[in-house]
Design a protein around this ligand. Structure first.
Ligand SMILES: *[C@@H]1O[C@H](CO)[C@@H](O)[C@H](O)[C@H]1NC(C)=O
Ligand SMILES: *[C@@H]1O[C@H](CO)[C@@H](O)[C@H](O)[C@H]1NC(C)=O
Length: 223
């Protein structure tokens, strides 16, 4: 009776191995939940934009890995860490869903015609190193949630139509090395404590209603 089980085993072992291999292959092909969230966030952005040069035509939800899309880069874990959409003449709003790209480090969207507010949800991008949104048509206030972006080094939001006071919450962004608030419509008195002690006064230029202790301009009475 002994040979029987041995023979059975020798027949089924390759089948079992094949089944295991198949399961491994299928698991590696299936999109992770995180990748799906990132696809949804990027498609939400794309769907709101007018993209005259068709640059984002390759952003197709069926291609479940956004790491293969143009102008998107990923880290070693296949999570989106960079969006490079500078100077494409794209028009439209910034999708709040981008706040779900939790590994994002570089948001490069300068030199377009982006409109509407900076979403408060961007305060969830806790790995963000650069927020380059200069030379657009953004309006509304800087959300106080931006003060949560403790990794942020570059905050360049000049040449827009942003309004309201510059939030005190930004004074705790101790890693900032390059900041530009110029050519907007900020009002009130610019913060002066924390990292703001090192921001050159030219970074506040051309905000007629913004008062800054180190330059002449501004009158905060209308804020
Ligand atoms: C930008 O797009 C607008 C239409 O959305 C178009 O009128 C304009 O010519 C474009 N500018 C450039 C530099 O491509
Ligand atoms: C800027 O956005 C406003 C709406 O917020 C729009 O009326 C205006 O035409 C835009 N400016 C340009 C240059 O597209």
């Amino acid at each position: 009776m002994a040979p029987m089980p041995t023979k059975t085993l020798s027949l089924t072992a390759p089948a079992a191995t094949a089944a295991i291999l198949m399961a491994v292959v299928m698991a590696s092909m299936a999109p992770s939940a995180a990748a799906n969230e990132e696809v949804k966030a990027l498609i939400a952005l794309r769907n709101g934009l007018d993209d005259p040069s068709g640059e984002l035509a390759s952003w197709i939800p069926d291609l479940v890995d956004p790491c293969t899309w143009v102008r998107i880069s990923c880290n070693d874990d296949n999570r989106v860490n960079s969006i490079q959409l500078g100077n494409l003449n794209i028009t439209g709003p910034l999708a709040p869903e981008l706040g779900k790209l939790e590994q994002l480090q570089y948001m490069e969207m300068a030199g377009n015609n982006l409109q509407g507010p900076i979403p408060p949800e961007f305060g969830d991008l806790t790995n963000l190193l650069s927020m380059d949104l200069y030379k657009n048509n953004l309006s509304g206030p800087i959300p106080s949630t931006i003060g949560k972006l403790k990794s942020l080094k570059f905050l360049r939001i000049d040449h827009n139509r942003l309004t309201g006071p510059i939030p005190e919450e930004l004074t705790g962004l101790s890693n900032l090395v390059d900041v530009d608030f110029s050519s907007n419509d900020f009002c009130g008195t610019a913060p002066t404590s924390g990292v703001f002690q090192t921001i050159p006064s030219t970074s506040f230029d051309n905000n007629p209603r913004l008062k800054h202790p180190r330059n002449d301009g501004g009158d905060d009475s209308s804020c």
